[in-house]
Every structure is written in C-alpha cells, then in structure tokens.
Design a protein around this ligand. Sequence first.
Ligand code: SF4
Length: 160
Amino acid sequence: MSNDSKIKIGWFSFSCCEDSTVIMTEVMNDHWREWKKIFDFRHARVLKTKNVLDELDIAFVEGAAASEEQEKKIREIREKSKIFVAVGACAVQGLPAGQRNTFTEGQKKEIEFLLARFGALPKVLKLSEVVKVDAEIPGCPIDPNKFLEVVNKLVGEFQK
Ligand code: SF4
C-alpha cells in the first residue's frame, strides 16, 4: 500500500506524564506489522525525528492544555485532522495534569510567579474545552485493550 492510501496518523502530547505514549508503543510492539501496512505516521515524536503537521486522518492527543501556546497548537491539530481523539484522563477530564485548578486561593497565589514565567493559562483545560473532540479514551493510564478497540473501530470507518 502506498503512503497516499494509508491512514494518516498524528500522535501528540501536551501537559501530562506521557504514559499513553508508552502504552501506544507497547501496543505497537504487538501490532507493528499490520500498522505498518495501513498507517502513515505523519507526526509521532516518540517514533521519529522528522514530523510534519499537515492533513491528518486521525489525531491522538494526550494531555491537557496548560498554556496559550498549547491551546494554539491543539486548535491547529484540530483544524488539520478529520478525527480528533482525546487520550487519557488528562486529555479527557483535565486531571490529574490540572491539579492546580483545585488549589486554594493561597496556593494559587504561591504559584503565580510560575504561571507568569511559563506563560501558563489561569486554569488548565481539558481538550474538549479547547476544541471539538470526536472520541475519548479515558483512564489514568489508559487501558491498552480499550485503546486498541478505538483504533480498530476508527480503522474500520476509514476502510469502509
Ligand atoms: S491520564 Fe494519567 S497516565 Fe495519562 S498522562 Fe495523565 S497522569 Fe499520565
């Protein structure tokens, strides 16, 4: 299958511990032969150094949005993707990455200088607060079988 006819995939990480990335690579250990035939990984920094963000069929996005820069990038990914999948609890519900949202006023005051230094948003956002999300894979960390189930379902839709 030529790259043109493969499903174009992007994998992105924002504020989080990137555990879903680890799980994706573990799942890939078992499925790389079939994935190699059907997926064109356009953007996946864990897999390759040359990445492009152009037209994507499916974007898998883990992590929450903690800065304006991240928000902008998430919007760009959304614009360039047919299907946008939020992966993991940080992406789906903004936690635990957004723990500072639950801080007391006193604790928030204490971290103000850090927010200013890193250009952070006043509140950490789950992805659905930034863009339209088409599918969600909850869990902290995600369940590999659930991840595979969503991948297979989406592949089925693209291969109709
Ligand atoms: S949801 Fe949990 S495992 Fe996934 S990135 Fe966030 S903290 Fe890590």
